[in-house]
Design a protein around this ligand. Structure first.
Ligand SMILES: Nc1nc2c(ncn2[C@@H]2O[C@H](COP(=O)(O)OP(=O)(O)O)[C@@H](O)[C@H]2O)c(=O)[nH]1
Ligand SMILES: [Mg+2]
Length: 488
């Protein structure tokens, strides 16, 4: 049985935001709840999981509020302990008086995350599920919410379980030989263990591959808008955000610092970053600093929107500096030709029909873009797009392209979408290292001591165990015992 609630305390906290609202919810968890549900708080017994509308009287008999109270008995509650939930009128003063009264009756204020921590300690959630609670609360896009909800239901645990099982098998086979120093792990067992470890390694790689997507889900897709001064970067940001977030001016070098704005595109959340213009000859010290910042932003970008002014006839200005191009992998750069409206205006006077004019504009735009930015082979983002930040033309197609690009990152592991976080990645990397060392011994003549092999397998098992927060020694012993019975 898991350890729970080490200090025996009953905790209370406001579960809804502080402020005026229709209702505020207080959550209480711990041993005092049992007596309170049995009549200790309201003078009557509460039927578990049933809403009771009752007057809450303070210790001195004052009426604090009429509340709706629901009791949950261990282990069938969020924390796995006895719990009460009180809904009062959403006046912060009432909530505060209730909390004070509950503390006077023996509760203490909960630490941040303590309810979920108790849920983990009582075995209601594994660690990856406990983390998913935060992800569900903080998700900014439909996709990140969906993945977090799956993880809350234990998707990561379900994928780790077969890997852990295979490692336990391998460990049991190897450990069985440790007690017999004169016997070496026979070649056929070595081959079996090797195959198992390789399968686990493939599984960990598969999970690790979801890390980048996981970061994009949790932190938003870092989308950096770059290009020459006056190309219309800030205008494009404003157009995507839907209001005047950034200053736009015909004077080059308006944006010196960088600006951030969150937008949702389809099921994804984008963290848009507007930067100072990039040109070859920084005009001022301040601009030069802006450009240095842009480089930093580019290095951390998931996606780069490279804005080119289609109406600018001095391409030298809009050709990106080669050292920056070298920094960028083509699969994250989307070239956006802007000010399409100006090209359209230029051909308005011509004699031909609308279709021919459109073709002329297109040809001009493409010619221009191919001069200022030659897109390397193997680009996954497709042909450059042309837009007008001013009229909004082409912006829907741009958004569509971004959604398609982001969708491609979603990796299915088995039949579920998984997106691991940093902590998971670190544990998986440690598991990989141990697996690599173990496999290094399973080459002909490579096995020096069975103990070393066993310890590397245990190392990878422990690393995987950290993800869910439980490393089950007992199960491992069970396996070992079973091996002895059958084999020896
Ligand atoms: N005609 C036209 N002008 C634009 C367009 N986008 C931006 N501009 C103008 O170009 C100038 C520079 O725009 P801004 O967004 O500040 O460029 P930034 O320096 O790249 O951030 C401003 O005068 C904008 O009004 C566009 O699509 N069409
Ligand atoms: Mg700007």
């Amino acid at each position: 049985m898991a350890v729970m609630n080490q200090d025996g305390s009953t905790i209370v906290a406001l579960a809804t935001p502080v402020g005026v609202s229709a209702i505020a919810l207080l959550r209480i968890s711990g041993p005092l709840c049992r007596a309170w549900a049995a009549g200790g708080l309201f003078g009557r017994t509460l039927v578990p999981r049933r809403a009771h509308h009752l007057d809450y009287l303070a210790l001195d008999g004052r009426l604090l509020d009429d509340v709706v109270v629901v009791s949950y008995l261990a282990p069938a509650s969020y924390t796995g302990e006895d719990c009460l939930e009180l809904s009062c009128h959403g006046n912060p003063l009432i909530a505060q008086r209730l909390v004070e009264d509950l503390c006077a009756r023996g509760c203490r204020l909960a630490q941040p995350g303590e309810f979920t921590q108790r849920a983990f300690l009582s075995g209601r959630l594994d660690l990856s599920q406990a983390e998913a609670v935060m992800d569900v609360i903080q998700a900014r896009s439909d996709r990140s919410l969906a993945v977090a909800q799956k993880q809350l239901k234990g998707s990561l645990g379900r994928h780790l379980l077969p890997l852990q099982r295979a490692l336990l098998d391998a460990a049991a086979q190897v450990e069985a030989y440790i007690d017999f120093p004169d016997e070496d792990l026979p070649p056929e067992d070595q081959a079996k263990v090797k195959a198992e470890l390789e399968a686990v390694l493939r599984g960990t790689r598969q999970l690790l591959a979801t890390r980048h997507y996981g970061e994009m889900l949790r932190d938003g897709i870092r989308t950096v808008i770059v290009g020459a001064p006056n190309a219309g970067k800030s205008s494009l940001l404003n157009r995507l955000v839907g209001f005047e977030r950034a200053l736009v001016s015909p004077e080059p070098g308006t944006t010196r610092d960088f600006l951030e704005a969150w937008i949702r595109v389809g099921p994804h959340a984008l963290r848009l970053i507007d930067t100072a213009g990039l040109n070859r000859l920084p005009l001022s010290e301040l601009e030069a600093r802006g450009i240095a910042l842009t480089r930093t932003q580019l290095a951390e970008a998931d996606l780069v929107l490279w804005v080119v002014d289609l109406s600018d006839d001095s391409p030298a200005l809009s050709i990106p500096p080669p050292e920056l191009v070298a920094m960028l992998s083509p699969d994250k750069v989307l070239v956006v030709g802007n000010k399409l409206d100006r090209l359209e205006q230029a051909v308005l006077g011509s004699e031909c029909d609308a279709a021919a004019r459109r073709a002329m504009v297109r040809a001009q735009a493409e010619g221009k873009l191919s001069r200022v930015w030659s897109v390397p082979d193997g680009v996954q983002l497709g042909a450059p797009l042309v837009v007008s930040a001013q009229t909004g033309a082409g912006v829907d197609a741009l958004v569509e392209r971004i959604v398609g690009w982001a969708d491609a990152f979603q990796l299915e592991v088995g039949d579920e979408v998984i997106a691991i976080g940093l902590r998971h990645a670190q544990a998986l990397e440690r598991a990989q290292e141990s697996l690599g060392r173990a496999l290094g011994q399973l080459v002909p003549g490579g096995l020096k001591a069975t103990e070393l092999l066993a310890s590397d397998i245990r190392g990878s098992l422990e690393a995987l165990g950290e993800i869910l927060g439980k490393y089950d020694h007992e199960r491992m012993l069970d396996r070992l015992f079973a091996t002895f019975c059958i084999g020896k």
